[in-house]
Design a protein around this ligand. Structure first.
Ligand SMILES: *Cc1c(COP(=O)(O)O)cnc(C)c1O
Length: 374
């Protein structure tokens, strides 16, 4: 089959033809034309967060995790102490990289079906004054939970602690306003809700803390302070930039703005989410999360209870029909995930539900109903 399959994953995502086509040209990394694209992208990114007055944005080569690692290394002094609010796989990854870089790290664990609690954070920060930074994930892509960013930020502000936010799977779709939500750093990437291709991340850093970041990083390539200083001085990336990824992101941002920005994107993803939930419910599937805490980004479904179910077979049957699903990432129950994000609308989601129905038929399964309903 020659047609691209629809990616129902949390990145890489399905992109538009317009975004793909701009990658057919070559760019010199030192050239003024390319530098102008970098400058334009940085300016647009700041606008999305309303952070033009308060923050800088520093792009970095690599996947999203590279930027999380770079943000922790750059923001947190070597003798700093990071508290990670953990309700899923991406939180655990953030805690692991913090520890591996030699920063003291305390993890506060929550149930993977519940949002993190600002009240618990408040108690922790009162009890342990050695904590210097809090690391929180806005949308925990593991289960798909929408964490209460504003409340977490308010508690951090009250205690005077630095807040580092992984907004990888929410930036551009869920509302975040830097004028109302106080954070020291916020991390996102090209290949998520902005609908670019993967290959670079970017970190918003509060101007007031930027100067204190010099010399924190134990890594040369991941030092965001150095990357920022060099970029401000020369207009260029410090080391070879992902040229095609950046021009694709510029084109994706142009379409993001034409669509109507963050609120329009959230509205489309919410329509996708609703079409998915409704369609899957008709097939008997049960979502893992309470709709109250679910972000319209990625949905975790319980696996069907039927003994003939097997994820690999299910995945292949959906793939044959043009749709790429995503495995579950929970520790206790068997699940799979379906993304609502990317350059797709409710039509594609309805077709995906149809493909899932046929996949069940292939396997001789009458209903998506799970074994145990909670
Ligand atoms: C996608 C994602 C990341 C980054 O993952 P990469 O595979 O490194 O791109 C980090 N945090 C969250 C919450 C994500 O959704």
């Amino acid at each position: 089959m020659d047609r691209d399959r629809i990616l129902l994953t949390p990145g890489p995502l399905t992109t538009t033809l317009r975004t793909k086509l701009v990658m057919l040209r070559d760019w010199g990394s030192w050239d003024a034309d390319f530098n102008a694209v970098t400058a334009r992208v940085r300016k647009s990114l700041l606008k999305v967060l309303h952070a033009e007055g308060t923050h800088v944005v520093v792009p970095l080569q690599g996947s999203g995790t590279f930027s999380v690692e770079a943000a922790v290394a750059t923001l947190v002094p070597r003798d700093g102490h990071v508290l990670v609010l953990d309700n899923g796989a991406y939180c655990k990854r953030a805690a692991k990289l913090t520890q591996m870089m030699g920063r003291r790290c305390t993890v506060v664990s929550f149930d993977e079906a519940e949002p993190v609690s600002a009240q618990v954070l408040d108690h922790k920060l009162t009890a342990d004054t050695t904590i210097t930074h809090v690391l929180a994930i806005h949308c925990e892509t593991g289960a798909g939970i929408w964490n209460p960013l504003q409340k977490v930020a308010d508690v951090c502000a009250k205690h005077g602690k630095g807040l580092i936010v992984d907004a990888m799977s929410s930036f551009g779709a869920l509302p975040i306003d830097a004028r109302e939500t106080r954070f020291d750093a916020l991390i996102a990437a090209s290949g998520k809700c902005l609908e670019g291709v993967p290959g670079m991340g970017f970190v918003f850093i509060r101007k007031a803390v930027l100067d204190t970041c010099a010399g924190n990083s134990q890594s040369l390539a991941m030092d965001l302070h150095d990357q920022h200083v060099y970029m401000e001085k020369t207009g260029q990336w410090r080391f070879t930039p992902p040229t095609h990824v950046l021009v694709a992101l510029a084109e994706a941002i142009a379409q993001f703005e034409e669509e109507g920005g963050q609120s329009a994107r959230l509205a489309r993803y919410t329509r996708n989410y609703q079409a998915l939930i409704d369609g899957m419910a008709r097939l008997g599937f049960l979502p893992f999360l309470d709709p109250q805490v679910q972000a319209p980004i990625i949905v975790t479904f319980h696996a069907p209870g039927d003994t003939r179910y097997d994820f690999k077979t299910f995945y292949e049957a959906a793939k044959q029909r043009g749709f790429i699903l995503y495995p579950g990432k929970l520790t206790q129950v068997e699940t799979f995930r379906v993304g609502c994000i990317g350059a797709i609308g409710p039509n594609e989601i309805e077709q995906a539900v149809e493909a899932v129905a046929h996949a069940l038929e292939d396997m001789g399964i009458a209903s998506g109903e799970p074994a145990i309903k909670d």
